[in-house]
Design a protein around this ligand. Structure first.
Ligand SMILES: Cc1cc2nc3c(=O)[nH]c(=O)nc-3n(C[C@H](O)[C@H](O)[C@H](O)COP(=O)(O)O)c2cc1C
Length: 182
């Protein structure tokens, strides 16, 4: 039996028919054999308030943080909102950044993103890179996965159809698997 690498995956969209959540599901289909991917839901995480954190950390944050801490690596899939990452995603990352042991410290992280527009979340991913740099995550530089023109690449059920995109996701997951094994 192979010892599988445990990866946590986060979609930065709470939307039911989200392209980015569909991209997380595509990653699960395309993952290497030695990897298990668990989707973490950021929808239950309350708005960050440092007073609340100091008094009593919410249960949803504790659970989320524990999963990140124990994962061999993390995949973050971000939409682009106003040239940056969505507030819900930044909120979840801000909570985690203040948890004991700082779970993103030296954590292998792979990022990708999808948008219906031409640039496929390039600007949001640049911001996400800066945030993860601040948290000292082991962010994979390459390959960069920008899924543009998402309407043409997924079917109406949210299944990824575009073969070149599938191939680059396989490469990203392969690189994450190597980084997580170290
Ligand atoms: C508040 C808001 C801001 C947006 N800003 C951008 C943007 O700056 N660049 C872009 O390419 N798309 C932008 N979009 C469009 C999103 O890329 C699109 O809604 C996408 O489908 C969101 O991801 P999801 O399908 O995973 O929910 C924006 C959408 C919203 C709701």
């Amino acid at each position: 039996m192979i010892n599988k690498i445990k990866i946590s995956a986060i979609s930065g969209s709470l939307r039911k028919d989200s392209y980015n959540s569909a991209l997380v599901k595509a990653a699960i289909e395309l993952k290497p054999e030695n990897m298990d991917i668990e989707i973490l839901d950021i929808g239950e995480i309350p708005m960050f308030n440092d007073d609340v954190r100091i008094k009593s950390i919410p249960e949803s944050v504790k659970i989320f943080s524990k999963k990140i801490s124990s994962a061999g690596g993390v995949i973050i899939v971000t939409p682009e909102y106003n040239y940056s990452i969505p507030g819900v995603l930044k909120n979840a990352i801000d909570w985690i950044s203040k948890m004991p042991g700082q779970p993103f410290d030296e954590k292998p992280v792979a990022i990708m993103g999808a948008s219906p527009g031409m640039l496929g979340t390039i600007r949001a991913q640049l911001h996400l890179r800066e945030i993860l740099f601040c948290l000292n995550a082991k962010l994979l530089n390459k390959p960069e996965v920008y899924v543009n023109l998402a309407k043409e690449k997924f079917d109406s059920e949210g299944k990824l159809l575009h073969e070149p995109t599938k191939e680059i996701i396989r490469k990203l997951l392969g690189a994450l698997s190597m980084q997580s094994e170290k």
